[in-house]
Design a protein around this ligand. Structure first.
Ligand SMILES: [Zn+2]
Length: 439
């Protein structure tokens, strides 16, 4: 994601992060959501089925993040459950003596209104999610919690949709609406769930075994979309090579949305239509497309365990964006990117706002904190590259990515992986650059 989205994240983090729900005594395995957006009222209705197991036989309740959603009913199997709302959480009171380890299913029926997490554009009949998933679906915002996700969307005829993972068949008629189905089989954190739907133009091309699909509102066309995303195949190949991990899904989808947007999700990314206009005017203005694509590895494939280690998502993705631009446009472009990061970081440092990249908390991050995560984060990875040298640095980054693929990481995991792949002692470097400790 980018700084614009970070502003949303901050608003969200301030509101709910201090109480964001952890799984305690239970584990979610799978979410299956049926969602119907109502364009006239900018609202939606949802029916969620959550597969989970209880690990603690004395468990009395289960808590989910649920934003401002209006919950109409909760069932465990076929039995109605008592539930309570506490601020932005939904607490479901469980019957006594649930057997541990047995597969259970909770069903939640709810409705909600447009918010920063689910935005409608009435003029173009577009609906799309942004950070935070609990604004449109009860879930756990904790990035360390992973589950698979199935989504069905009931949409007006003539709309296209993009969701996580794989499309399940073609849309089918459901009364006057069309039902679109998506399925993400890889368990992933809920902040990477999302969808976009609208009256989009579409284009598609293959990059090896990966289907690249491009979507955008008019006046973009099936001819201009591939121009805008001409470098996507090269981006994915570059990142896969540097990560030592292939792109993990059959398709990568990029969606241009009316209004501001800049976010990575599992298997796709969304960007504002202005990005498309910019790239058509200047084919080198691909920073955002390259950044969101990098997140498919750093952020999505390997995820910060908590937002305290957010620089592992954003600092590495920002560095990798610079590395891609170096590969694509040459060393000078890379130097410019790093120089820009250094300038921002130096200004913060001189203003006395430098701090450890491993934050004690991420409850109320300032603009300076966000700049540290992105700009200082990218700069620190660049400095590490300089210190380690080309061969050992890329060997280390590959080792880090492969070792922790599909897992949650903290800053110490990054240091350990870079050290064990290279045989170098990086303690002094991490103390100075990452933790800001004097030696
Ligand atoms: Zn990002």
């Amino acid at each position: 994601m980018t700084r614009w989205l970070m502003a949303v994240l901050v608003a969200w983090a301030v509101c709910i992060a201090p109480q964001a729900m952890a799984q305690s005594g239970w584990r979610v395995q799978h979410f299956a959501l049926q969602l119907e957006p109502h364009f006239e009222t900018r609202s939606f209705t949802g029916a969620l089925a959550m597969d989970f197991t209880v690990q603690d036989a004395t468990l009395q309740h289960l808590d989910l993040d649920a934003g401002d959603l209006q919950v109409a009913g909760v069932q465990l199997g076929t039995a109605a459950m008592v539930f309570e709302r506490h601020a932005r959480q939904l607490r479901v009171l469980l019957p006594k003596g649930l057997a541990t380890g047995n597969p259970l299913q909770l069903r939640i029926v709810y409705e909600g209104k447009a918010s920063s997490g689910l935005r409608f554009d009435a003029d173009t009949q577009q609906v799309a999610t942004a950070f935070s998933t609990s604004l449109w679906m009860p879930c756990l915002d904790d990035p360390a919690v992973r589950a698979s996700f199935a989504l069905t969307l009931n949409l007006p005829d003539g709309m296209l949709s993009v969701g996580n993972g794989e499309r399940v068949g073609e849309p089918t008629h459901m009364g006057v609406l069309m039902r679109h189905a998506w399925r993400l089989d890889t368990p992933m954190p809920s902040y990477l769930y999302g969808f976009a739907a609208g009256r989009f133009m579409r284009a598609r091309q293959m990059a090896g075994a990966t289907s690249l699909e491009f979507f955008g509102p008019a006046p973009f066309t099936p001819q201009s979309l591939p121009q805008i995303f001409a470098d996507t195949a090269d981006m994915l190949a570059f990142y896969a090579d540097k990560a030592g991990m292939a792109y993990p899904f059959p398709a990568y989808r990029q969606v241009l949305l009316t209004g501001p947007a800049a976010q990575e999700m599992a298997g796709f990314s969304v960007m504002g239509a202005r990005y498309g206009t910019r790239v058509l005017a200047n084919s080198q203005a691909i920073w955002l497309g390259a950044h969101e694509a990098a997140h498919q590895w750093w952020g999505n494939g390997v995820t910060n365990r908590s937002w305290r280690h957010f620089w592992l998502n954003e600092g590495i993705a920002t560095f990798m964006t610079a590395a891609y631009l170096e590969h694509r446009f040459g060393a000078e472009e890379y130097r410019d990117q790093i120089a820009a990061a250094r300038t921002k970081y130096t200004a913060l440092k001189e203003a006395g706002m430098d701090r450890s990249l491993a934050f004690p908390d991420w409850d109320a991050p300032t603009a300076a904190d966000r700049s540290l995560v992105y700009d200082k984060g990218a700069l620190v990875v660049h400095e590490l590259r300089t210190l380690m040298g080309e061969e050992l640095f890329w060997k280390g980054l590959r080792h880090y990515t492969r070792t922790h693929w599909g897992q949650s990481v903290e800053t110490a995991d990054f240091q350990r992986a870079m050290e064990s792949a290279s045989g170098l002692d990086l303690q002094a470097f991490f103390k100075r650059w990452v933790y800001l400790q004097s030696e």
